[in-house]
Write a protein that binds this ligand. Structure first.
Ligand code: G4P
Length: 195
């Protein structure tokens, strides 16, 4: 999506060869116009599958999921929680995921009351790197006996294996920007986005 690529080009900062900082519009300060545009792009791609809800992980995925769910006709958003709750109730599905970016593992949890069996689910997230968050969310959907209709990602890092893993599983994946390489602070994008 050109507006996202332009925002990464003008405001993003490449760090080392693996990380792109996009705090000014996606991870700390939110560019609401751009977020709603991204939500519309996901909705356009997946509306035909008639998703019942959008699933994401806190924190940065929530705004993008909200924009997408709004564009899909105000369907609900469910976000996996990371912080352990002392007074958790309901039937919680929990998965351990390892963040290579942050170098630690964490648990993500979803109350299964909010993902009914048979529900058609669209997963949305801000970054796709190694695919650990997606692996965890997909496992939770399996446990819920829900149906994954596809995945929408704002920024895929094409030099990390997450995107390949998801495509190899035959899961529809729409990445709005795919970064091919980060070198000397310069960010290079993949020409054509594979879907
Ligand atoms: P994976 O799920 O694809 O395996 O990715 P990984 O574990 O490596 O990513 C963990 C966290 O780091 C995620 O955020 C992800 O959005 C973020 N991340 C990954 N690569 C980049 C990057 O190049 N730039 C930025 N800015 N973030 C990246 P999180 O820990 O869930 O944090 P939050 O921001 O959603 O709270």
């Amino acid at each position: 999506m050109q507006a996202l690529i332009d925002a990464i080009r003008s405001q993003g900062r490449g760090i080392g060869s693996e990380i792109v900082k996009v705090d000014s519009f996606l991870n700390h300060r939110l560019d609401t116009g751009l977020l709603f545009e991204m939500g519309q792009a996901f909705a356009q791609r997946y509306a035909g599958d008639k998703p019942d809800l959008v699933l994401t992980v806190e924190a940065s995925g929530i705004a993008l999921a909200l924009a997408t769910a709004h564009a899909l006709g105000d369907i609900p958003v469910v976000f996996a929680k990371k912080a352990p709750a002392a007074n958790q109730s309901g039937d919680m599905a929990e998965e351990k995921i390892y963040s290579f970016t942050h170098g630690h593992e964490c648990h993500i949890r979803v109350d299964l009351r909010y993902i009914p069996a048979g529900a058609k689910v669209l997963i949305v997230d801000d970054f796709l790197a190694n695919g650990e968050a997606l692996r965890g969310l997909i496992a939770i959907l399996k446990r819920a006996q829900a149906q994954l209709i596809g995945v929408g990602i704002a920024i895929e890092k094409g030099f990390q294996p997450g995107g390949q893993k998801i495509r190899a599983m035959g899961i529809p994946l729409l990445s709005l920007a795919v970064i091919e390489e980060i070198r000397d602070g310069h960010i290079r994008f993949q020409d054509t986005v594979q879907q």
